[in-house]
Design a protein around this ligand. Structure first.
Ligand SMILES: Cc1ncc(C[n+]2csc(CCOP(=O)(O)OP(=O)(O)O)c2C)c(N)n1
Ligand code: SF4
Length: 283
């Protein structure tokens, strides 16, 4: 049986009080709830404060370029579908630099989990506005306030045909670890956008602000109803719903990827003579 100790305990480089701590603890708890031993888990991230999260868990880790967690996660999942693959990204990394990978991943529907640490700011580079920053937010690089309206990740995910779309909050640990467990168990690409205070650079969306503006989706909400899900996802201002917004089942990309019919790529024999033959065509 997997225990929380299996995932280790490490010193972090985050500011005291950062919302990332809650996400890290919720993820560990979810992995234990799913009884997943660390050697079966791969955490993939890009660059940022959120992207450091995999460094603080004892599991397989790939830390790549800013915005590029998803291409690496998709490649790893295709090479070895026996791994549970979790991509962790900041809102800048996932929705800004990695925006196109985000759209492609939702359409493809591989079996992977995406955790967006959404602090609505570029934390690592000291507080510039990110795609999800509130309109009008004043920063050192946006002294007159960020003017574009914020990117709504959940509405985009529902309209792109994502098969699991949820919102959690770093200050509600139990609910968050339950959402992450459900996302991991879901067969398909699961997005959990996690509202995360950045105590150093986001002075608008604080723990208190989220406490006042988040509400739990009522039991009447039917996550299989796409129209209802879209209406809920479009609530993206003063009231922010928490919970599973949309869930459906559709074919996995892996199941349609012909080479995997012979088992995981990681276990398939490479024919050196055949490879040589192919290489000759390009010489
Ligand atoms: C292609 C590229 N552009 C910009 C940077 C500089 N950079 C590093 S981290 C970062 C912001 C990270 O913000 P976010 O992804 O929201 O994560 P957070 O630090 O807030 O968790 C930026 C702009 C980079 N490393 N690579
Ligand atoms: S700058 Fe913000 S996101 Fe980064 S560690 Fe500090 S509080 Fe957390």
């Amino acid at each position: 049986m997997t225990t929380i100790e299996d995932y280790g305990k490490y010193e972090t480089a985050w500011c005291p009080g950062c919302g990332n701590f809650g996400i890290l603890n919720a993820l560990k708890q979810a992995l234990v709830n799913c009884d997943l031993p660390p050697h079966r888990v791969l955490l993939v991230s890009g660059i940022g404060q959120a992207a450091k999260a995999p460094h603080y868990l004892r599991a397989n880790v790939f830390n790549g370029l800013h915005g590029r967690s998803l291409p690496a996660a998709i490649g790893a999942r295709l090479a070895n579908p026996e791994l549970t693959v979790i991509a962790e990204s900041g809102d800048g990394c996932l929705y800004g630099e990695g925006g196109n990978h985000f759209l492609a991943a939702l359409r493809r529907n591989l079996d992977l989990t995406i955790l967006a640490h959404d602090n609505r700011v570029y934390g690592l580079t000291k507080g510039q506005a990110s795609p999800t920053s509130q309109q009008g937010m004043v920063t050192k690089t946006q002294p007159h306030g960020a003017f574009p309206p914020p990117f709504n990740p959940l509405a985009v995910a529902v309209t792109m045909g994502a098969s699991f779309v949820a919102r959690g909050y770093a200050g509600k640990l139990e609910q968050l670890s339950e959402l992450i467990s459900k996302a991991i168990k879901h067969r398909g690409t699961a997005l959990v956008d996690i509202l995360q205070p950045c105590v150093s650079f986001n002075k608008i969306n604080t723990f208190q602000w989220y406490q006042e503006h988040c509400y739990e989706l009522p039991p009447e909400h039917d996550p299989t109803d796409r129209d209802q899900a879209l209406r809920v996802a479009l609530e993206f201002g003063e009231n922010l719903p928490l919970g599973i917004i949309y869930q459906t089942q559709r074919p996995l990309f892996e199941e349609q990827f012909t080479p995997l019919k012979h088992g995981p790529l990681a276990r398939q024999e490479v024919s050196r003579p055949k490879l040589e033959e192919i290489m000759q065509q390009y010489r």
